[in-house]
Write a protein that binds this ligand. Structure first.
Ligand code: SAH
Ligand code: MG
Length: 211
């Protein structure tokens, strides 16, 4: 059940672009795309921070990368996806909505894609792939972040389990939740970044690189 304030805020806006229309498809097909208000916040950060190059880990159907690219036609997004079915859907969507020139899709496991994406520095990195690996992705790609760049990580509260692991029954989920807890702690203590942990939707961390 959605929080009533979230529901209210969502009712204020139209969300009727062609990219927005993919949200319904994602919901019907259990593709875990970014929550609406989290996306609205990230798009606003993009308007303020004006990143030229964005790196995304976890494309799924290309929804978030197109939403980021749509903020300004000068933005270039590099997005990494390993699942063949998602790759195909992302390719189709990106082509159909005409984002081929702004978005490049790297068809690989993100743990092995460094050499494919290190031709540019990124002003923003969005980590939204396998949740147990968020720290590894952070450490691997962080060298590609430009000065004053920001790293945004989605799902750091993972279904309310991260703040209360006692409600988790499955052993596998417990393991993943422990890794997220460990990552959040590590991130909060990382002196190279100032991090803002946001209690909205499934939890968002916004880390800004220190000079
Ligand atoms: N960012 C998307 C949603 C991504 S869902 C949006 O908001 O629209 C997470 C995706 O990450 C899935 O499609 C999954 O296949 C992919 N993924 C998980 N682990 C990965 C890895 N190690 N390398 C590349 N992609 C990965
Ligand atoms: Mg997510």
């Amino acid at each position: 059940m959605e929080n009533k304030n979230t529901h209210y805020f969502k009712s204020l806006k139209k969300y009727n672009s062609k990219i927005d229309a993919l949200r319904r498809y994602a919901e019907e097909n259990q593709v875990p795309i970014i929550h609406q208000l989290s996306l609205d916040l990230i798009q606003q950060l993009i308007r303020i921070h004006k990143p030229k190059h964005i790196l995304e880990i976890g494309s799924a159907i290309g929804y978030s990368s197109m939403q980021f690219a749509s903020v300004d036609s000068s933005i270039k997004v590099t997005t990494i996806e390993r699942d063949p079915k998602m790759i195909q859907e992302a390719k189709n969507n990106i082509e159909q909505l005409g984002y081929q020139t702004q978005i490049r899709l790297i068809e690989k496991d993100a743990l092995e894609a460094f050499q494919d994406v290190n031709d540019v520095m990124y002003d923003m990195i969005f980590i939204d792939a396998a949740k147990a690996q968020s720290q590894r992705f952070f450490e691997l790609y962080e060298p590609l972040l430009s000065m004053n760049g920001m790293i945004i990580i989605d799902n750091i509260l993972y279904h309310d389990f991260v703040s209360d692991i006692s409600i988790v029954r499955s052993r596998n989920v417990k393991q993943m939740v422990k890794k997220i807890q460990k990552f959040n702690k590590w991130l909060s203590q990382n002196e190279n970044y100032t991090t803002n942990f946001i209690n909205m939707d499934d939890g968002l961390a916004i880390s800004v690189k220190e000079n």
